[in-house]
Design a protein around this ligand. Structure first.
Ligand code: GTP
Ligand code: MG
Length: 157
């Protein structure tokens, strides 16, 4: 089953939005398979955002990500990478639709409260960067047959 890396950035943690964000992914039907709270070092933040190292905001962005506790998570589910990005909304909260996490809860691009992997390759790399394999919990949720219609995600009613 598909997995994505989601992080609540220091602004989301400080603003008391952890449970709000968790509940949006949980209520959708996605499954939480890893979670921890960490203060990333600046070096670690630079690794996480390595593809943005040429951008003018890179230093500020990495300084910000390492400025306080971050809630790092792995969510699992059919289509979770793409749909997770939909739940999160556009990068700039001024352009995020109402109903999305950034649209409802953030105002400026530099404080957009949440990160989500942008594709299968980045999801794989980011999960590997933030979590050890044994921190990913494999389990069956009783809700799955109600979410997917059967124990096999490829079967539909
Ligand atoms: P992430 O999920 O955090 O990776 O955001 P994203 O995938 O929607 O956007 P992107 O990867 O392009 O940028 C990463 C982060 O850099 C964004 O979430 C913003 O916090 C920040 N960022 C992006 N563009 C700008 C910008 O123009 N100015 C500033 N200050 N920050 C930016
Ligand atoms: Mg990104």
């Amino acid at each position: 089953m598909e997995r994505t890396f989601i992080a609540i950035k220091p602004d989301g943690v400080q603003r008391g939005l952890i449970s709000e964000i968790l509940s949006r992914f949980e209520r959708k039907g996605f499954k939480l398979v890893a979670i921890k709270i960490v203060v990333p070092s600046k070096d670690f933040a630079q690794k996480h955002y390595h593809d943005l190292k040429e951008r003018p905001f890179f230093n500020g962005l990495c300084g910000f990500l390492s400025s306080g506790p971050v809630v790092a998570m792995v969510w699992e589910g059919e289509g979770v990478i793409k749909y997770g990005r939909k739940l999160i909304g556009a990068t700039d909260p001024q352009k995020s639709e109402p109903g999305t996490i950034r649209g409802d809860l953030a105002v400026v691009v530099g404080r957009n409260i949440i990160h989500g992997s942008d594709g299968p390759e980045t999801a794989k790399d980011e999960i590997k960067l933030w979590f050890k394999p044994e921190e990913l919990i494999k389990y069956t949720s009783n809700a799955e047959k109600w979410i997917y219609g059967s124990s096999s995600s490829s079967t539909r009613f």
